[in-house]
Unconditional design. Structure first.
Length: 399
């Protein structure tokens, strides 16, 4: 059997994956195939393996014919296709075709994917993806193009708030590719409404619009209709295990649609946390205050461990920037009704009454809050990166 040499890095990768999945079938994870008709090509083996951002796929073919055959492999992912170089298989010979690269963001462990054979012979098989990844939860982010971005020029101070939504999204997508996380973009308000009205379980929604929440036109007529839409979002968090990720600014202070925005004020955040049975508990929205890193002794704190976790996954610069003492604008008031919801605290004011960065439980789901840090200042791209990492870290330790 003729096989291509695999680099030591890939060999180490495969050993890690195989060790983590010894209970599964190690070889020939072909689920089904399209017949090659009367071709001389036979499939000997095939595999699709993922370890976070790294991907390794191969197919082993045998040419039982009397003439050489030129073929290549095309791997079909969630939204992209990945192709190998052409390989010539001599008569009565076996050849292994590989695709190796940082493509893990387009494949989900446990899902089925098409491997296509193209060239002198055309056929396809379906192979199940195996291996390791940080999360299987569906992650969605609003695309900057779904709204007129000039509407985001707020009529008040931008201190500590998001200014460039595209940079936030770029930070999230680049980080997702590095870690092999599948992130899907919501490109229209109709698509957003469909997701809310027909909820899947354990969906993560990252809002890159800061203080603005996208509201479909059908619910944009008045404040009551906007709050009705936010109540549906609350219900999905509570009943379907959704995670809502807020990055910077006053949460859900404005509703924004195709061509306009409206001020919701405090009620937007109240309805997200409590639904129609809302309580008068909101983001502080006050002046910039000092917030300190929660100590290791606090059983709701993960700050120190989170910083170590960031370094483990290659984000040392971001970990270092999370200083022991930071200034935040737009924190959460940890008053009655909210204190009991706290699952993780990362930064609180010295008195312990407010948190600039924390995670709240809402039924089966979570609300991830990152206020507006002003010292040190984070770029919009860093906010996107940090928001995704904080979310992944939180669901790993809370679910």
């Amino acid at each position: 059997m003729r096989m291509k040499i695999i680099s030591p890095i890939i060999t180490s990768l495969l050993l890690v994956i195989i060790a983590a999945s010894v209970a599964s079938v190690l070889y020939f994870s072909i689920i089904s195939m399209v017949d090659f008709n009367e071709s001389s090509i036979e499939i000997i083996d095939a595999k699709l393996i993922k370890q976070y951002g790294n991907l390794y796929a191969y197919i082993v073919l045998y040419n039982s014919g009397e003439t050489s055959v030129k073929v290549k492999m095309i791997l079909h992912g969630e939204s992209n296709n990945f192709s190998s170089e052409y390989t010539v298989i001599a008569p009565r010979d076996t050849s292994r075709i590989d695709i190796i690269g940082t493509y893990g963001y387009d494949f989900i462990v446990g899902e089925d994917y098409v491997i296509e054979i193209a060239g002198d012979v055309s056929a396809s098989i379906i192979v199940k993806c195996s291996g390791l990844e940080l999360t299987n939860s569906p992650i969605y982010i609003f695309a900057p193009s779904m709204l007129a971005l000039d509407l985001l020029q707020k009529p008040h101070s931008k201190e500590g708030s998001i200014e460039n939504v595209s940079e936030v999204v770029n930070g999230i997508l680049e980080t997702a590719r590095k870690l092999g996380i599948v992130v899907k973009t919501i490109t229209s308000l109709d698509e957003w409404l469909e997701l809310v009205l027909n909820p899947k379980d354990n969906v993560i929604v990252i809002n890159p619009f800061g203080e603005f929440i996208p509201i479909p036109q059908e619910y944009f007529n008045d404040t009551e209709k906007m709050l009705e839409f936010i109540t549906m979002l609350h219900n999905n968090i509570r009943d379907h295990g959704w995670v809502w990720v807020h990055l910077s600014g006053y949460p859900l202070y404005y509703g924004i649609s195709d061509s306009d925005y409206e001020t919701i004020r405090n009620e937007g955040f109240e309805y997200l946390l409590f639904g129609s049975e809302n309580m008068s508990v909101v983001s502080s929205g006050g002046s910039v205050q000092d917030y300190v890193q929660e100590s290791e002794e606090d059983n709701t704190s993960r700050t120190v461990e989170f910083k170590s976790w960031l370094k483990t996954y290659g984000f040392s610069d971001l970990s270092t920037k999370l200083a022991n003492r930071m200034k935040f604008h737009h924190s959460i008031v940890l008053s009655t009704g909210v204190e009991d919801m706290v699952a993780l605290r990362f930064y609180t004011n010295p008195g312990g009454s407010q948190s600039g960065a924390c995670v709240l439980r809402i039924g089966k789901g979570l609300y991830v809050h990152w206020g507006s840090p002003t010292d040190p200042q984070f770029s919009d791209k860093e906010l996107g990166t940090l928001g995704l990492l904080l979310t992944i870290y939180s669901i790993i330790y809370l679910r």
